[in-house]
Design a protein around this ligand. Structure first.
Ligand code: F6R
Length: 595
């Protein structure tokens, strides 16, 4: 989704902005732009619907006064208005004095546009964000001070925003946030603001996060005005990874890198959490207590991890679990004794954050499982568990899924031990099983890399795919189907194997590919026979006897996690053979900050 970077630096800002915008590319974007101050206090306003390389060209072709150390930049993922240069951010006011880069949604944009037009403003685009520059323009004519003008302009806005505002002439930059992430960092290179630490991690790892309603001037020792008098004090936070962790480091694409990193990431997670699981400390150290029901909230791959974690809790603790897709949570019924587990690798998914405001979730203790412990989700939760996957740049989640499953299972096993639902020795045995996962994932990677590529030619003409499984295998079938459709743009649906004969069997004809995630449940045999009898093409992945045998343990409470790896390799290899960009699948974004 959209990304923002702004800076006031000693060296030319353009160098920082272009590098930062490249670091934000992974979020998915369709156009990119910058507003840069020149030595004569003019503004170079450069935008393109091409990749960031084209922006470099525009900068090189700039023939005005030299560019100085002040600028703002934006990557846009269209929500309002077509993908066009005109619709790309930053947006200017009528006099081209104010330039605004915005993430979020302005809910009353139509009304504001009418009001502004009636009062003589020339609105050039259909983009909701443009009204911000005109609102600030109005306020500036009254206050003559950018900081106050931003504060005043925003009082008329309903919705969410992270904005960076550059004023031509003074070169002042003011940033503000409400319901959309934004951080500020001071470093030896200068002062930065960014929607994501990834944008500036090459120059600093320490930052402060804006709270809702905060307005900050981007200057050393600049004004930081908090929305609420009783706001939590500003905390300096640190990013635990470095710029090079988010580089390709010799891999052809980020998805390949991230699939390959899974054994090491799993090892890091279990090494870090392993000693506090069976004692229950992982649970109690986070201030968590007893619970009678678990509600899990998430979207997409994070929800698939949630389904696995839910199965662990049901199976080991005999505790009722409800898994609700975040965008549907508003209609849920709150239950007494409920604990809510919200899972989101980015921690910024708008559907998840919105779900947390619903009555169904509102009062219950909230645990966040996220790959971003500084995220909005983490800041809102009562307890946080970092899934510690490291930066994931490929849009399709891979290593974050595996790390969510392992960290989430570890937390819940610890919770079951702490609350006396399982005894400590059982928790210790389960921890030992978790410790074996990195090795099993590494073996699964080897098997997948040998066995999957030879299958691809035969599959490349198949229009649709079916994934089936039973019980603990089902979330993995869901995840395999999700990866395949995201990356190959082919239909891929998953079903509980027993459901086939209640409808989906009609889809199966000669050659229809059916991927079976085999968790060792012998009842799958009958379902496979039904498919084979109709000419379906079976591909089994999982426990012994599978065509792709990744040695899944039928008794594992978390099911056949190792099967994830060949499922990912299948989706990636097929997508590459079809000529698709596996890191940036069409229409998708990494951090989905709109509902
Ligand atoms: C799929 C994928 C998405 C995300 C979903 C939730 O590969 O990445 O389905 O899982 O958009 O994102 P987070 O985990 O950031 O809340």
């Amino acid at each position: 989704m959209c990304g923002i970077i702004a800076c006031r630096t000693i060296q030319p800002a353009v160098e920082y902005l272009c590098t930062g915008l490249r670091r934000l590319e992974y979020r998915g974007y369709d156009s990119v732009g910058v507003a840069l101050q020149t030595a004569t206090a003019e503004v170079a306003h450069l935008r393109t619907v091409e990749r960031i390389g084209a922006l470099d060209e525009l900068v090189r072709g700039w023939s005005g006064a030299p560019l100085n150390g002040v600028g703002i930049g934006h990557t846009r993922w269209a929500t309002h208005g077509l993908v066009s240069e005109e619709n790309a951010h930053p947006h200017a006011d009528c006099n081209r004095r104010i330039f605004v880069a915005h993430n979020g949604i302005i809910l009353n944009a139509d009304q504001l546009r009418d009001e502004l037009t009636r009062s003589g403003h020339r609105i050039a685009t259909a983009v909701d964000s443009e009204v911000l520059s005109h609102l600030i323009e109005d306020a500036l004519s009254e206050h003559r001070d950018l900081f106050k003008a931003v504060q005043t302009g925003l009082t008329r806005v309903q919705g969410t925003w992270a904005i960076a505002v550059l004023e031509r002439g003074t070169g002042r930059i003011v940033v503000a946030s409400n319901g959309s992430p934004l951080l500020v960092a001071h470093s030896a290179h200068g002062v930065f603001a960014a929607s994501d630490i990834a944008a500036i991690v090459d120059w600093t790892d320490e930052f402060q996060v804006l709270g809702d309603g905060d307005v900050v001037e981007l200057v050393d020792g600049g004004q930081w005005v908090r929305a609420e008098a009783d706001s939590v004090p500003l905390i300096s936070r640190r990013c635990s990874w470095q710029g090079r962790d988010a580089d390709l480091n010799g891999y052809s694409d980020f998805m390949a890198k991230e699939i390959n990193e899974q054994p090491a990431a799993a090892c890091r997670v279990i090494d870090d959490l392993g000693t506090s699981i069976d004692s229950g400390e992982l649970w109690t150290d986070r201030g968590l207590g007893t619970f009678d029901r678990l509600k899990i909230i998430g979207c997409g791959t994070s929800m698939n991890a949630g389904l696995v974690i839910g199965n662990v809790v049901r199976r080991l603790g005999r505790i009722p679990v409800t898994c609700t897709i975040a965008s549907e949570a508003a209609d849920d019924i709150p239950e007494t004794g409920q604990l809510t587990l919200a899972i989101s690798q980015s921690g910024e998914t708008a559907d998840v954050l919105q779900a947390l405001t619903s009555d169904a979730i509102g009062g219950a203790p909230l645990v966040a499982l996220t790959n971003n412990q500084h995220s909005s989700l983490a800041r809102r939760a009562d307890a946080v568990l970092n899934c510690d996957a490291g930066p994931e740049i490929g849009v399709a989640a891979t290593k974050t899924f595996v790390c969510q499953v392992i960290a989430g299972a570890a937390l819940m096993i610890s919770g079951l031990s702490a609350t006396g639902r399982i005894d400590r020795s059982a928790a210790a045995r389960l921890t030992d099983d978790l410790r074996r996962l990195p090795e099993k994932l590494a073996a699964a990677l080897n098997v997948a890399q040998c066995r999957v590529p030879p299958l691809i030619e035969e599959l490349s003409d198949c229009a649709g795919f079916i994934f089936i499984a039973k019980g603990s295998g089902l979330p993995y079938a869901a995840e395999g189907a999700l990866k395949l459709k995201e990356l190959t743009y082919r239909w891929a649906e998953h079903y509980p194997a027993g459901e086939l004969k209640h409808g989906p069997l009609a889809l199966i004809g000669a050659g229809t590919p059916v991927v079976v995630v085999d968790n060792g449940d012998t009842r799958l045999r009958a379902n496979m026979a039904e498919i084979a009898a109709r000419g379906g093409q079976l591909l089994t992945i999982g426990s012994a006897d599978s065509a792709i045998d990744v040695a899944s343990d039928p008794s594992a409470a978390w099911g056949p996690l190792e099967a994830t790896v060949p499922l990912q390799v299948l989706a990636r290899t097929l997508a590459l053979s079809l000529g698709h960009d596996v890191d940036k699948p069409r229409n998708l974004a990494k951090s989905v900050t709109v509902q």
